[in-house]
Design a protein around this ligand. Structure first.
Ligand SMILES: [Zn+2]
Length: 146
């Protein structure tokens, strides 16, 4: 069970495929099926492999990680088509509030390369919806003290 926990923040990770790690880490990656991704937005570790004492942080990757670089507007949410947070925000402000409408508006339609483009190796669908929701609710939240 300890093998599943991020060595830095101690939170549970999620399994990622070696193919994903290899395509996104700038260094040579050792073959192994024991890589996990740290999902903690405040932790700098992206991939870890505790049994083999390997870990990679944000600076070891050739992409930014949308749920860790949370304040960076140029981070892609959809990695396959490089659809960024900023573009989603803009599309939502113009009234495009569904994924197909946003893809159509931005012209960022490429999908299906998640395994090698997205740091989680998974589809961006859920993350896209979260961003859309975040910007759709912005007016309510801007009254707050932040
Ligand atoms: Zn961590």
């Amino acid at each position: 069970m300890e093998d599943m926990l991020c060595p830095i923040c101690g939170l549970e990770g999620k399994k990622v495929k070696i193919k994903t790690v290899k395509s996104l880490v700038k260094k040579d990656v050792r073959e192994s099926n024991l890589y996990q991704i740290c999902l903690n937005s405040k932790c700098k570790i992206v991939y870890f492999n505790n049994p083999e004492s390997i870990y990679y942080s944000l600076s070891d990757l050739n992409v930014k990680v949308w749920f860790k670089d949370v304040s960076d507007e140029n981070v892609p949410i959809c990695y396959c088509s490089n659809l960024t947070r900023k573009e989603i925000k803009e599309a939502v402000s113009k009234g495009y509030t569904t994924i197909p409408k946003i893809r159509n508006y931005t012209g960022k339609n490429i999908t299906g390369n998640c395994l090698t483009e997205n740091p989680t190796g998974r589809c961006c669908h859920q993350a896209l919806n979260k961003e859309i929701e975040k910007y759709s609710n912005k007016n309510h939240k801007s009254n707050c003290c932040s």
